[in-house]
Design a protein around this ligand. Sequence first.
Ligand SMILES: [Zn+2]
Length: 256
Amino acid sequence: MYLADETWPELEDYFADESLALVPLGSTEQHGPHLPLATDHLIAEAFAREAADRTGTLCTPTINVGVSPHHKQFHGTMWADAPTFRDYVESVTRNLAYHGIDRVVYVNAHGGNVDHLREVGRRLRDDETLYAIEWMWDESIPELVDDLFAQNGPHGGPKETAMIQHLRPELVREDRLDDARDGGVSDVNAAGTVKHGSRTFYDAIDNTENGVLGDQTDATAAKGEELFDAAVDQLCQLCGWLDAQAFEDLMPKSHV
Ligand SMILES: [Zn+2]
């Protein structure tokens, strides 16, 4: 069920029986010469909508702009400053609580949002408003991601390329996959992004000239479909687990 397509009496029925919502979040940021800026929010929304359809859970509209100042040097990247993003997501989540939602999954597809979503989840749990957790699709299936690609990359690499080839093939610039690999950083481990235990870089451009990492030529739509099916299954199982928990058990434990 997609919240924005429903009428309020229909939603009244949902809130009477159910208390879980999926909130998709992504970014609008550069993804190299071959993928659209929409990459992360397209992926997040696809997962949230599919899991909502399969489990009968409510899916909210997508938060399309995230915490992406580390991609700002590339044309068109949009971002919200981290404190503003946290406050905005907290506010949106609190209004879901007002309608009766007491557990939320942030269906996230942008690494830069992770720490901030965890912080918002902590705030909301500490004051016992609701229980909100962050879910990142590739972290739900790490072995499969490793198995499918010889040279992965944390950003704009083959896993995200394969996902968009599967979800929105018309948006992938297939003739630029070689450029993406050759103009970026194909072997992340060899790139020396960590020096003596410190992450010395701040922006993507400090490591990669064209903004991406990994070997994009290894991506196919079939691999994207395999990743999507495996991760959506994880998300559905997470919904089932959350649904089965008593609210008290999700709240902070008492002081010893
Ligand atoms: Zn991305």
